[in-house]
Design a protein around this ligand. Structure first.
Ligand code: SF4
Length: 92
């Protein structure tokens, strides 16, 4: 499983960094998400899926690594990001 975050979409809530500090951080400059562990491994897979589902802006997507990561996932359960923008930008 590989993670991607769209910093343009991120609302800076900090929820993911609080839930999973081993995977996400929050920028001191703009308050937006920083992805510190783009391939978190199976031990964190459930927690990563939960964090992506809870992200209020749909900025976290999962790619590969099993049935739940075969296509991009996000908090709205459709595989499509919420809102208008369709572009995805990796944090790193
Ligand atoms: S939970 Fe979503 S909106 Fe909040 S900081 Fe993380 S990526 Fe950004």
């Amino acid at each position: 499983m590989t993670l991607r975050v769209d910093r343009r979409r991120c609302a800076g809530s900090g929820l993911c960094a609080v839930q999973l500090p081993d995977v996400f951080d929050q920028s001191e400059e703009d308050g937006k998400v920083l992805l510190t562990t783009p391939e978190p491994g199976p031990r964190l897979a459930g927690a990563v899926r939960a964090a992506a589902a809870r992200c209020p802006s749909g900025a976290i997507t999962l790619h590969g690594g099993g049935p739940d990561g075969e296509r991009p996932r996000d908090g709205n359960g459709t595989g499509r990001p919420r809102g208008r923008a369709q572009e995805t930008e990796e944090a790193w």
